[in-house]
Design a protein around this ligand. Structure first.
Ligand SMILES: Nc1ncnc2c1ncn2[C@@H]1O[C@H](COP(=O)(O)OP(=O)(O)OP(=O)(O)O)[C@@H](O)[C@H]1O
Ligand SMILES: [Mg+2]
Ligand SMILES: [Mg+2]
Length: 522
């Protein structure tokens, strides 16, 4: 814990308004602040947030093997395309990791976001989605492989040695891709196609964040804590109108950038203070020497967060009025709790306490999704989740507010495989809601074309005491993180969409952004 010692900011100095509930000499404050940082690190360990060395080895090994496969694939393609001998020798491709793995904040459940970077002669349609797909599919380590072609960032999704991998593709205008290719070098970015540019933007954004933060380790610790907080408090999940990983990464980096010498505990306090008082929709923008002017923030999201790489768009967001209010409330709660962190009885566990839905809301809309087996259910749940934003907006329209709890429950008494969501409703007017009509409208308005054999959906309004006791976080449900498979609608082949993206805005892959939230970002 050495680095905590020498990067202290006295918490009362970063809180000049003096609202901290503790007085003491600077020495005592420093010591207590350090203790708070240490106990937070310990808590993260207890929560199992940091993968074990064995798990890390497994991931490293999977990436190495993937790199090897990509290299072989490039040679195969070069050969098939009858490239001259001198080119054949040099032709190469590589894998670049990004997302939570690239930032070093993954947990044992996280997937690996890995970008396949290939040379100019390897096409996405044929060479990536057919040749590489077949090479991967024939490997014993690979299972559950899906091609996701219709998304803004097309990708293959599969498991490698049991680890979920998202593999988009970027094709550069060169024959040979250096292993450590510089994704900021204009030479490599020249004349690349739109899909490749979008695919690369995830890697570029992540690398930029790591370049911009003054201390990577402390940034990683802050982000891990904030992600845990967001999951526990029900404000993590882009599809449900909350934050995704990239949003929290930029917010955490923003704090770390401005307080380069602060300790972990001080940064957590500053994080909540800053965003509890933030004048939204003023965008959160990392200090970056190259930054370009951006489009007016109010057109982008309730909480605009700019991506730190050209063309400096905004992270896509599904935040609606209700989720905006919930996030703001949670920021304020975080601030109220952490400003007292130097008090002797301060306990981190309170900050990370799961959001007490049954205590806060009397009634819930229950969304019951079922299918005949687990695979079908995975596809079905993914499909419906991709349209959740429409349902949130509908309920908001009728009731003024709705809290879409991202937690997925399972009804163990039901005969079919199922997933159940319970969204908190405000007390007033709840009795007047015709939930059957909402269900009908949801199906109709979202133009559901999914015709999987067994997917069913039932909406009902239930009392708080009907909520199950046990649940698991949706974000941890990696085993059923499917793609929506090709389905037939009126004899018309409907393209395979990424499970999250057919209509609603999700991540940066969306193909059909809502007019209120134009696609501005990467
Ligand atoms: N809404 C978005 N806007 C812009 N870029 C995004 C968005 N969502 C995802 N990305 C890019 O894709 C990467 C991977 O996204 P993902 O949602 O898997 O985040 P993550 O940080 O890996 O979180 P998790 O641990 O939940 O997987 C992000 O790091 C970011 O570069
Ligand atoms: Mg990820
Ligand atoms: Mg991913």
């Amino acid at each position: 814990m050495e680095f905590i010692d020498n990067r202290h900011v006295n918490i009362s100095n970063v809180d000049p308004s003096g609202v901290l509930g503790f007085r003491g000499t600077p020495d005592v404050i420093l010591r207590m602040e350090m203790e708070r940082s240490i106990s937070l690190f310990q808590m993260m360990g207890d929560e199992g947030l940091v993968p074990s060395p064995e798990e890390e080895r497994k991931r490293r090994n999977a990436i190495d093997k993937l790199k090897q496969i990509v290299k072989e694939w490039v040679k195969t393609v070069a050969y098939r395309r009858a490239l001259p001998e001198r080119f054949l020798r040099f032709a190469s491709g590589t894998i670049l990791t990004y997302g939570s793995y690239g930032l070093g904040v993954h947990n044992p459940e996280s997937d690996i976001d890995a970008l396949c970077v290939g040379p100019c002669f390897a096409t996405i349609a044929e060479d990536f989605f057919i040749v590489l797909h077949n090479m991967l599919a024939s490997r014993p380590e690979v299972s559950d492989i899906h091609c996701v072609k219709g998304a803004k960032v097309p990708l293959m999704r599969f498991k490698f040695d049991g680890i979920s991998i998202d593999l988009p593709y970027a094709r550069l205008r060169v024959i040979s891709i250096p292993e450590d290719v510089d994704v900021f070098n204009p030479f490599f970015l020249k004349n690349i196609d739109d899909t490749s540019r979008k695919s690369l933007s995830g890697v570029r954004a992540n690398r930029r964040i790591l370049q911009l933060v003054p201390n990577v380790e402390i940034f990683q610790a802050v982000l891990r804590c904030i992600k845990l907080w967001a999951k526990k408090r029900g404000v993590y999940g882009n599809l449900l109108g909350f934050f995704g990983g990239v949003h929290l990464a930029v917010l955490s980096a923003f704090i770390c950038q401005r307080h380069p010498t602060a300790s972990l505990s001080a940064l957590i306090f500053i994080f909540f203070k800053t965003f509890a008082l933030w004048p939204w929709p003023t965008p959160v923008v990392l200090q970056d020497g190259d930054a370009w002017p951006f489009i007016p923030a109010y057109k982008v999201s309730w909480m605009p967060i700019q991506l730190p790489c050209s063309p400096y768009g905004f992270c896509h967001s599904n935040i609606v009025r209700s989720t905006f209010l919930k996030i703001k409330t949670e920021f304020r709660r975080g601030h109220m709790l952490t400003k007292d962190m130097l008090r002797p009885d301060f306990d981190w566990n309170i900050l990370f306490e799961p959001f007490p839905y049954p205590r806060i809301y009397g009634k819930f809309v229950k969304i019951f999704l079922s299918a005949s087996d687990k695979d079908e259910l995975g596809d079905w749940v993914g499909y419906v989740k991709s349209r959740f934003r429409c349902l949130i907006i509908k309920l908001e329209e009728l009731l003024g507010f709705c809290d879409p709890n991202p937690t997925e429950y399972v009804d163990v008494d039901a005969l079919e495989s199922n997933a159940v969501f319970y969204w908190g409703l405000p007390p007033a007017r709840t009795d007047m809601i015709d939930i059957g009509h909402v269900e009908e409208e949801f199906l109709k308005n979202t133009n559901i074309v999914y015709q999987g054999p067994t997917g069913k959906m039932k909406l009902s309004v239930v009392q708080a005491d009907e909520l199950p006791q046990k649940a698991h976080f949706a974000g941890e449900r990696r085993s059923v993180k499917p793609c929506w498979r090709i389905a037939r609608s009126n004899q018309r082949i409907v393209p395979a969409y990424y499970k999250y993206h057919p209509i609603c805005v999700d991540r940066y892959l969306t193909t059909n952004a809502s007019p209120e939230y134009p696609s501005a970002g990467g």
